[in-house]
Design a protein around this ligand. Structure first.
Ligand code: FAD
Length: 297
């Protein structure tokens, strides 16, 4: 069967794109590996109407609603390769079969790499997070850490001061200059230069142990992860990339079309600021863009 639209990645951005296209009575296939980026968090915050729900519960509802349309198809597997054909695109699946579609929406998210500090990965999505708008309120009112990784860390510490009492950890690698230090002081942000040797968390508390053996008790800590594509499909298709704040992102126009005609991209892989709401918005635009291009080219 030739699908009108194939969506690779069936999480917040992908299902949002798929919903627009399937409601236009088009044949839409969603291929999804079932590993959304926020799977480490018990609750998702800041998405209108779903604040505080489990991420998987939001996705389960979205999948069920999409699957109820007669022209909807869902494949729970991984897309491994993609290539352009005369009629559109062919996607190889990990079981050995392949599917074809006239338009392609890529919504496969990003992969996070955290600094190598023992305990950090285990606390990811619990007491260690990347986004104050997602988790700041829950950490708020107490002591909050910000791990310095680059020049943006001062900016983040200044911002996070709205959510609690902030300590910027230089981790033995970052030292604010005089101007930055004065800005931090004005916002009541403390600075700890010593390297972190480990972090441990339980019951909403995070204990940071420094290289000199002293400890700091926090409600949580913000850490900027380095992001990368979860798979090489956008690259295989020849999509252009640009530098994002945390890693490369696929370049898209205002209708979410990539540099390759007929290939759309949305969600974390196609923008620097990451949230469920923004992924859903980008996905909706990609779905509309892909659908309209079937008619108007
Ligand atoms: C720990 C943590 C907590 C977060 N908490 C919040 C929060 O509270 N509120 C909020 O708004 N945002 C939160 N976020 C951000 C949010 O998770 C992302 O912005 C959002 O998931 C992006 O949606 P997406 O659809 O672009 O990608 P994802 O949700 O990451 O989904 C990508 C999908 O593509 C699939 N996929 C990947 N490769 C393939 C392939 N080759 N073939 C088939 N499928 C594939 C994956 O399995 C996955 O299902 C959090 C992020 C993290 C890391």
């Amino acid at each position: 069967m030739q699908y009108d639209v194939i969506v690779v990645g069936g999480s917040f951005a992908g299902l949002s794109a798929a919903l627009q296209a399937v409601r236009a009575r088009r044949k839409v296939l969603v291929i999804d590996g079932g590993q959304p980026r926020n799977r480490f968090a018990e609750h998702s915050h800041g998405f209108l109407g779903h604040d505080g729900r489990a991420p998987q519960a939001i996705l389960d509802d979205a999948r069920r609603q999409f699957a109820a349309y007669p022209t909807a198809g869902l494949a729970t597997c991984l897309a491994t390769d993609a290539r352009a054909t005369d009629d559109g695109f062919e996607i190889a699946l990990d079981g050995g079969s392949s599917v074809s579609g006239s338009r392609l929406v890529l919504a496969t998210g990003v992969h996070d790499t955290l600094p190598q500090i023992p305990g950090l990965q285990e606390q990811w999505g619990k007491t260690v997070a990347h986004c104050p708008y997602c988790h700041g309120y829950e950490f708020g009112g107490g002591a909050i850490g910000v791990l310095a990784q680059d020049a943006m860390s001062t900016h983040k510490a200044l911002l996070v001061a709205d959510w609690g009492t902030v300590m910027l950890f230089g981790n033995g690698a970052f030292m604010p200059d005089d101007e930055q230090m004065s800005l931090l002081q004005k916002r009541g942000v403390g600075f700890e230069p010593t390297a972190l040797s480990k972090v441990q968390g339980s019951d909403g508390e995070l204990t940071v142990t420094l290289a000199d053996g002293t400890t700091r008790a926090l409600k949580g800590m913000f850490v900027a992860s380095q992001t990368a594509m979860t798979n090489p499909i956008a690259e295989q298709l020849g999509c252009a990339f640009e530098d994002g704040m945390f890693g490369p992102v696929v370049k898209v126009d205002d209708r979410q079309q990539t540099s390759v005609k007929g290939v759309y991209a949305a969600g974390d892989m196609a923008r620097s600021m990451h949230s469920v709401a923004l992924a859903v918005a980008g996905g909706a635009m990609a779905g509309v863009g892909a659908h309209q291009s079937l008619i108007f080219g």
